[in-house]
Structure formats: C-alpha cells, structure tokens
Design a protein around this ligand. Sequence first.
Ligand code: SAM
Length: 236
Amino acid sequence: MDEFHIGGRVATEIFLDQLGIAANHHVLDVGCGLGGASRFAALRYGCQVTSVDLTPEYIETGNVMCQWLGLAGRIDLQVENAIALPHADNTFDGAFLLHVGMNIADKQALISELYRVVRPGGKLGIYDVMRVNAGDLAFPVPWATEPGGSSVSPPEVYTSAMKSAGFKIIAQRNRRDFALDFFAQIKKKVSDAGGPPPLGLHILMGETAPVKIRNMIENISRDLLAPVELIAVKEA
Ligand SMILES: C[S@@+](CC[C@H](N)C(=O)[O-])C[C@H]1O[C@@H](n2cnc3c(N)ncnc32)[C@H](O)[C@@H]1O
C-alpha cells in the first residue's frame, strides 16, 4: 500500500533503474506519498533520499515506516510543495516523481523547480498518468473526482516544459500494456482471494476505490490515458 501508482513495486524498480542512482547520491522523491519508492531507492542503491509531499498524514506515516526499517537516517520525508521547494540550487544528484503531475496544473513551474534543485549532470525521472488521446474520461479517478479537479496532461506538455527548463530528454516510453496486464493480475488476485487483501491501495483511495480503479482501467483500455515514463538529464 506504500506504492501508490500503477504497477506498484515492479513499476518502481523498472523506472528507477533507468536513473543511474549510485550509493553516494542524494536524490529527491517528489510527491512521495507514504515513501515506498524512497525506501526502495535507499535499499536498492544505498543512496540518501529526501522526500517531499503536500499531505502531512502521508509524511508522518512514511517517517514511522522508515523508523521501523532502520532507514530514518537515510531518508527524510518532509511536508513541502513540489513547486516551491526550500532546498538550495543544485542540491540533488537526481529527482524522480511517480504519479504526481496529474495533481499539478502548472507543469512548467514544477519542472523548472526540479531543474533548479538538481545538479548539472543529474537526471529527472517522471512516471505519470498522461493524456494520450482525446475523448471523454470516466470519473472519478484516483487523483480527481471530476474533470475540473484533474490536471492530467499529454506527454508533449511535459517534454516541452522539460526542454524549456533546460533538460535533455533521453527516454520516453508508454506503459499502457504493462498497466493493463497489472490490472488484470490484480483482478485475478482479488477474485481468487474472494476480496481485496487487508492492506492495499483501496485503504488510501477510500470507499470509492472500486469505481476509481474501474474507471482507470476503462480510460486506459480506451487509449485515452496511459502511464508514461520520461527520463531527462540536466546538461552539465
Ligand atoms: C498518487 S500519489 C503518489 C505517491 C507516491 N509518489 C507513490 O507513487 O507512492 C500522489 C501524491 O502527490 C502528492 N502531491 C500532489 N501535489 C503535490 C505538490 N504540489 N507537492 C507535493 N506533493 C504533491 C499527493 O499528496 C500524493 O501523496
């Protein structure tokens, strides 16, 4: 339940492995939620992680989980807004965000702020749900109850913001098939077990979790939305 994005831990691993994170790196997890990807990064690469999120309850819970795992010295979760970070210029060796941009209307402000805090040569990885074709979306979805609350954008909005901030895009990949396979696996697990497990994303999504998940599957199946990976480097 601490990996609040399509594909869970498997998606995190495939995505973060493209960022070249090393043990002497200090990276930023933007919109970290409960910090599942931060803990994965600290354990897999041996790096230091600073993690920011707007939601105080997620930060409080995430820091407790880091203490349980003896990771509190290597990961620091802080309540901050991704578009106005308190960190100095060039602080981080890299930054990543998973399923956050759908809640942030001003992608240019977000990406320019990340450009500011990443050092030259550092990478930025984005794994967000993006608008891949026109058409009416089914709502509610996990990040919005109605269209007015959603800032889901096409990949071109991200790539043009990245380029104009000064990033060079080095990889872009639509993860539609992976997402549909992931949802099919979840559906089978839930049906085989006769219901969802005691702990899962349905806890974070609340009572409307089933309809939000159904709508996500519909929006992705109709090829209107897709999770997309973007990897860029801040040129030295
Ligand atoms: C779908 S969750 C993803 C959480 C986490 N990245 C993960 O994959 O498990 C989106 C998160 O973005 C956070 N968020 C939305 N807007 C934000 C902003 N402007 N600054 C920081 N966090 C933000 C929300 O509080 C929420 O925890």
